[in-house]
Design a protein around this ligand. Sequence first.
Ligand code: NAP
Length: 246
Amino acid sequence: MSKKQVVLVTGAGRGIGKAIVRALASPTRFVYIHYSTSADGASALAEELAREGKEARTVQADLSDPAAAKNMIAEIVDESGQLDILVNNAGLTRDQLTVRMTDEDYDAVIQVNQTAPFILMREAAKIMMRKRWGRIINISSVVGLKGNAGQINYAASKAAVIAMTKSLARELAGRSVTVNSVAPGFIETDMTAVLSEKVRTQYLDTIPMHRLGKPEDVAAIVDFLASEKANYITGQTISVDGGMNL
Ligand code: NAP
């Protein structure tokens, strides 16, 4: 393959991940569009980019399976020989008050939101360290910073993402590999579409800008963190939340 930068965005068949792919895709990059179940969304996105003269291909993995996460990086590196930009975006919620939360719901969220990013970062770091350049961007959440009733599993996983970001940033800083997080607030996607009108109204009251964000708002900061312009920024968590975390 060419000397284009190789990018992997997880959970990119829909939602925020799809917007991140659109922001990162360029004629100088080859983008791997990861999906688990959204095969149609991922294929449509690859076709859209092809029409714009941008190279991409889809890659499937269920990130609740640690072996699948590890194999995905191996497959990409086998094929392209490199991995320059990793965006850990895939995530899920299984909301419930703590006293009613099952072990299964706790574990399911930790597997996809915390363990998979760890494995993907570990495997990607090996490649980026050798190349002495890389970008790792993790999508956390305002919930990882502030906690949230009914989301003890999700909050734990998103706080872990921030702690892992800081730890790996320290390990890789000397190799020009930056590791940062983005903490979205309340963004219009399938994840928030399931919330009741009552809960939406309650959330809106906590947002100083009093409106939801768009996937493109998150994608814009990911695009910046992936660029050369951000080469002296590492270990940070940038909030994109209309002021929720003030
Ligand atoms: P979404 O629309 O619900 O999409 C979730 C994404 O995660 C999908 O692409 C899905 O892939 C992927 N995913 C879920 N389970 C997976 C699994 N087992 N293996 C692999 N991929 C899996 O969510 P979103 O709103 O775009 O969220 C994207 C990220 O932003 C998540 O990390 C989320 O926690 C974070 N975030 C979102 C908000 C918000 O308000 N929306 C706020 C803060 C943080 P498939 O569709 O292919 O199965």
